[in-house]
Design a protein around this ligand. Structure first.
Ligand code: SF4
Length: 331
């Protein structure tokens, strides 16, 4: 049994001024213990809503369908208090903006030790020692002094490290990282990715990484699920997906990555157009208005996600034809 198994997850929001809008359609994936899964897509693809739904953190007008089992227990069927106990204990989360998770009015010490005291029943002194050790592990200099500071006294990268330290201390089964490096400069990004890798390889923490950046996925993930307009459009082992993408959208995402072998001054390739607004896709394949391969059938039928061995893709176009027409894509 996988550590985390999500089956047929759907998310729908009620609206005052119109019919409900479905932002996630029938998404399934599994994360093995100690594994790393990247969920990739542009903004509005449904990747963050998938995770928020799983954790019971949707806005009040949202409804979730399907199952999300952590070690066999369905998170979606749990009472809010039970789910609250799991969040921050067996599942830790870090977000693009660390201030989403840090209280600006409390010292780092108070925030780190409260989590430990609440979930691990340690004394305040034991919790403080454990928190300082965790800050040292994520290389916060002078941790014993800095633990008494407030979040605004830390840089963005340091705040993200504080959250990683908090997660390290709790030793969760799963760390969910939603765009953890997007707001950081390149050097700090590399440091945060190195810490996540360390947490995965040395402590066996499973990581679910949500990102729009294929380069970040390449650095960390064993498995990838690509989402577009609320649906999974391609799933594969990361090395197979980077070597031979089998969906035109994945080809576009990989083509947009900067390449070391590109001629100097060559413009970055982008995917033309924009994704549909949530719930705004018409009939047929939601990617059709941006897809250079679209043909008549794409306009009228949503392609189902079709599995073939360890891979799955949702596209009417034959994978071989796609590969022949897009040479040189991939890392
Ligand atoms: Fe493009 Fe058609 Fe495949 Fe959609 S189904 S990605 S429009 S070829």
């Amino acid at each position: 049994m996988a550590l985390l198994e999500v089956n047929h997850l759907g998310v729908r929001f009620a609206r005052r001024d119109g019919p409900p809008v479905t932002v996630v359609h029938d998404v399934s994936f599994a994360l093995e213990a100690g594994g790393t899964l990247g969920i990739v897509g542009e903004s509005g693809s449904g990747k963050s809503q998938t995770v928020m739904a799983m954790l019971g953190l949707l806005a009040s007008n949202g409804r979730t369908f399907g199952q999300a089992r952590l070690r066999g227990e369905d998170l979606l069927a749990m009472k809010p208090a039970a789910l609250n106990r799991i969040r921050g204990d067996r599942i830790a989360m870090i977000f693009q903006d660390p201030m989403t998770s840090l209280n600006p009015f409390l010292t780092i010490e108070r925030q780190m030790t409260e989590a430990l005291q609440q979930h691990r029943r340690l004394t305040r002194r034991e919790a403080r020692t454990r928190a300082i050790e965790a800050l040292e592990r994520v290389r916060i200099p002078d941790a014993a002094r800095r633990i008494g500071m407030y979040p605004h006294e830390f840089s963005g990268g340091m705040r993200q490290r504080v959250l990683i330290a908090t997660a390290l201390m709790m030793e969760p089964d799963v760390l969910i990282a939603d765009e953890p490096t997007t707001a950081l400069d390149v050097t700090v990004q590399a440091q945060i990715m190195a810490l996540l890798r360390e947490m995965n390889r040395e402590r066996g923490t499973a990581i679910l990484l949500i990102t729009h950046d294929m380069g970040v996925v390449a650095e960390l993930c064993d498995d990838v699920m690509v989402m577009y307009a609320g649906r999974a459009v391609e799933k594969a082992r990361a090395d197979a997906l980077f070597a031979r993408p089998q969906h035109p959208y994945t080809v576009g995402l990989l083509g947009a990555l900067p390449r070391l072998d590109a001629p100097i001054g060559a413009p970055l390739r982008t995917i033309p157009g924009n994704p549909p607004l949530p719930g705004g896709a018409g009939m047929g394949c939601a990617f059709a208005p941006r897809c250079v391969h679209a043909f008549e059938r794409c306009q009228r039928e949503v392609p189902p996600l079709h599995a073939d061995g360890a891979r799955a893709r949702a596209c009417h176009l034959d994978a071989e034809i796609l590969l022949q027409s897009t040479p040189g894509v991939g890392l």
